[in-house]
Design a binder for this molecule. Structure first.
Ligand SMILES: Nc1nc2c(ncn2[C@@H]2O[C@H](COP(=O)(O)OP(=O)(O)O)[C@@H](O)[C@H]2O)c(=O)[nH]1
Ligand SMILES: [Mg+2]
Length: 369
């Protein structure tokens, strides 16, 4: 029975070897594209976008970018407010100047009125110093925004790989040039960097250049883009994109829609159709409908947002181009009046210039506190 002393350990070794042998990695999910169309060769456009998505200096934190981005709003409006104190308290002329500055920053009439009333009250009570005014202003603006901002569902933008796997659908809408495509490019980059799988639907089928612009972002981010021929039905592209995302069990499906004026009824109806068609695949989709607002729009954004909200039922806003305008403070009025939270803020053209909107960081950057 000597042979048993050799055979038994040999069998144990073989079994252990097979058990610990690494399983081969599963192949990445294959994503079927709706219609394979060659990307138009547009070197001049590719160069422009490549520059925008070029790796950015990591050492510059987003709060620094935010401060830099809001520098115009700070130097032209908000930073000037506390500088109006020449002695203890404020005289009537100075209060008038504060009012003027706030209007020039596109702060709504009701908010300005309320703020000025408070300032007058505090001045009468004689307990307003430059420092206490700064604190008052911060708290006043924060109180306007914070209750609405609590409604932001951050799980939609911060990928949690341990959460149950579902495809989250984000539809991005807005007027032409507001920054929809760029924001989607940035968002896809951020989500991919967190390890999420992302499918992007290029539903702006009116302009080939817009689709190419998105393609460059997606290629860089490692996101799959679903595109169709120029002039194709945008609802169909959205549908195909969601179907491809669901088939591939992707974490996100982001839909880039064509820009449109909120006053164009037929175009707004088309958007509603694009939203509803998604429900054939997932009755709970889209999970987010975000309106992109260019900061320069100021208070006019209210009318825009009301119309988009009426047609689609918006879940939130993305506030872009805060770096190019002195009206970044208009976010206060927009959030307060629409009761819609700002999900993301954009302060530049690179992927690193987009981040979750944080009230405290935003107000510190705006007021220079
Ligand atoms: N400075 C700056 N430019 C931006 C920002 N977001 C977008 N842009 C630029 O605004 C222009 C229009 O953006 P695009 O995404 O094409 O707008 P869309 O028509 O809404 O899709 C492009 O030149 C973008 O690079 C931002 O936060 N800051
Ligand atoms: Mg676009």
């Amino acid at each position: 029975m000597d042979w048993l002393y050799i055979l038994v350990p040999l069998v144990i070794i073989i079994v252990a070897f097979l058990a610990f042998k690494k399983k081969p990695k599963a192949a990445p999910p294959k994503i079927e594209t709706a219609e394979k169309v060659e990307v138009a060769h547009r070197p001049e456009l590719q160069e422009v976008v490549k520059e925008a998505v070029a790796p950015v200096k990591k050492e510059v934190s987003f709060s620094e970018r935010l401060k830099l981005g809001l520098s115009r709003s700070r130097s032209e409006v908000w930073g000037k407010l506390s500088g109006l104190f020449s002695g203890p308290g404020l005289d009537e002329n100075t209060i008038d100047s504060i009012e003027e500055l706030l209007y020039s920053a596109d702060i709504g009439t009701a908010t300005v009125g309320e703020l000025i009333e408070e300032v007058k009250k505090k001045t009468k009570e004689g307990n307003l110093t430059e420092n206490s005014f700064k604190t008052f202003l911060f708290d006043f603006l924060k109180n306007k925004m914070a209750p609405v901002q609590e409604k932001v569902d951050h799980s939609l933008y911060t990928f949690d790989s341990s959460a149950p796997k579902t495809t989250k659908v984000i539809m991005v809408v807005g007027v032409n040039g507001a920054g929809k495509t760029t924001t989607i490019g940035k968002l896809a980059t951020k989500l991919r960097a967190q390890g999420a799988t992302v499918v992007v639907g290029a539903c702006d089928t009116f302009r080939a250049a817009a689709v190419d612009q998105l393609q460059v972002w997606c290629d860089r981010a490692g996101a799959t883009m679903i595109r169709a021929k120029e002039g194709a039905n945008p609802s169909g592209v959205g549908y195909d994109a969601l179907q491809a995302a669901v088939n591939a069990n992707a974490d996100y499906c982001i839909l880039d829609t064509a820009g449109r004026l909120h006053t164009k009824e037929n175009l707004m109806d088309e958007l509603a159709k694009s939203k509803n068609v998604l429900k054939k695949i997932d009755p709970t989709a889209p999970h987010q409908i975000l309106l992109v607002i260019d900061a320069i729009t100021g208070q006019n954004a209210l009318r825009q947002a009301e119309e988009f909200h009426k047609t689609l039922g918006l879940t939130g806003l993305i506030f872009t181009k805060c770096d190019g305008s002195s009206k970044a403070g208009s976010a206060v009025t927009i959030v307060e009046q629409l009761k819609l939270p700002i999900a993301y803020i954009g302060v530049g053209e690179s992927a690193e210039d987009l981040d979750v909107f944080n009230v405290d960081d935003y107000l510190h950057a705006l007021l220079g506190s």
